[in-house]
Design a protein around this ligand. Structure first.
Ligand code: NAD
Ligand code: MG
Length: 399
């Protein structure tokens, strides 16, 4: 029996993870479920999966959950606050941690899992963007097994030799790899005239053609900052330099990414766009588990198209490439500014095409340093958020 903690169990990835686990109750036991504030959803999950712990970051929501579970005669223990998130991620009884909190809020609990040497199923890409050097070094030290959940990185991982262990510092040239090819759907605004990007609504931005995801990553997919974050994520996970990674638009999202080898072979992983495939892959490794995902119908899909990415239409991709090359705390600053700008856009305080402007202005004045420890990263994050709020205020006022 493997014991699993799910950080962010009420989100899109969390729910898909529970769906896969429910198909394999003989192999996995849910140890802890966590959420920010949606206590009713967490209550229902607790009643269905009977974890040992439920953690709510919001203490008032925790109190409501405690009361509701007590009423339902449930034995689940309710904890609250950031320290409890770290506790259920690092606890000695846990084998596997699904890191599926969105954004910088996942930094410390995901780190706690890595420090404790767990099998870490990494959905929270922002953690690697903020502190990839510290994260990978810690995995090497602790022996934590890092398994990518992001569909592109999971696809790349599947196209590498089975013996590759990501935490342990792989060398792509030694594997004969000449390039990593990240595919991108292009999001909902791939063909929208650029002049109309200022008017798009949060609802339109969250309406992704191929994937059903949480609001923040949906907006990131529409700006293509998601691909920018994934570009940085790929560099850290696969020990690659920026020039080893290419992005190509593939509107059907059937090929989830590819690896090119020196002999001219290009290996791809295909499947229907459903996160239960990478989740099942990482949960079962090295075995394959049934995931509930519908089989890919090649004839019905019929076409696989590819086109180059237009960085003028999607300036966030260019910004991410720049910070990947600059290094230091620049990626952490980019991530923080993006989180603030996306939240402002979702709250109708900022136009869609001002998201990239906010990030660019924050980066212009940002003093990058060496991300020597988490405190340095957190301070870069806080500083960038403050500056982003100033810029948002300024740009938002002009709406
Ligand atoms: P979501 O918004 O649907 O869910 C986020 C989860 O995090 C929820 O359970 C929420 O309660 C929790 N959370 C939010 N803020 C928190 C806080 N301050 N403290 C504690 N918990 C908090 O997001 P999602 O789409 O499931 O994405 C989760 C992560 O996985 C993101 O980093 C995203 O980039 C990554 N990811 C998602 C997908 C996808 O298909 N949804 C694909 C690839 C990668
Ligand atoms: Mg992805």
């Amino acid at each position: 029996m493997q014991r699993v903690s799910i950080l962010g169990s009420t989100g899109s990835i969390g729910v898909s993870t529970l769906d896969v686990l429910a198909r394999h109750r003989d192999r996995f036991e849910v140890f802890a479920l966590t959420a920010a504030s949606r206590w009713q959803t967490l209550r229902d999950q607790c009643l269905e999966y009977g974890p040992r712990y439920a953690v709510m970051s919001d203490p008032r929501a925790a109190e409501q959950l405690r009361h509701a579970l007590h009423e339902a005669h449930s034995a689940v223990e309710v904890l609250s606050g950031p320290a409890a998130l770290e506790q259920v991620a690092a606890c000695a009884e846990v084998d596997c941690v699904m890191a599926a909190i969105v954004g910088a809020a996942g930094l410390l609990p995901t780190f706690a899992a890595v420090k404790a040497g767990k099998r870490v199923l990494l959905a929270n890409k922002e953690v690697l963007v903020m502190a990839g050097n510290l994260f990978m070094a810690e995995a090497k030290r602790s022996g934590a097994q890092v398994l990518p959940i992001d569909s592109e990185h999971n696809a790349i991982f599947q196209c590498l030799p089975l013996t590759v262990s990501l935490g342990q510092g792989i060398a792509l040239p030694q594997l004969g790899v000449s390039k990593i090819i990240l595919t991108a759907s292009g999001g909902p605004f791939r063909d929208l005239p650029v002049a109309q990007l200022g008017q798009v609504t949060p609802e339109q931005a969250c309406n992704h053609p191929n994937w059903d995801m949480g609001p923040k990553i949906s907006v990131d997919s529409a700006t293509m900052m998601n691909k920018g974050l994934e570009f940085i994520e790929a560099c850290w996970l696969f020990n690659a330099s920026a020039s080893d990674v290419e992005v190509v638009i593939h509107p059907q999202s059937v090929i989830h990414s590819m690896v090119e080898y020196v002999d001219g072979s290009v290996l791809a992983q295909l499947g229907n766009p459903d996160m239960r495939t990478p989740i099942a892959h990482a949960l079962g490794m090295p075995e394959r588990l049934v995931s509930g995902v519908e089989r890919l119908n090649l004839v019905a899909n019929a076409r696989l198209d590819f086109e180059a990415l237009d960085e003028e239409r999607f300036p966030c991709m260019a910004l991410a490439r720049q910070v990947a090359q600059a290094g230091g705390t620049m990626p952490a600053a980019l991530n923080a500014a993006n989180e603030e700008a996306v939240a402002a856009f979702l709250a109708n305080r900022l136009r869609f095409n001002d998201i990239a402007r906010v990030i660019a202005r924050v980066l212009e004045k940002f003093d990058s340093t060496e991300p020597a420890d988490l405190a340095v990263v957190q301070s870069a994050d806080a500083c960038s958020r403050r500056r982003a709020q100033e810029v948002i205020e300024h740009l938002g006022g002009k709406q």
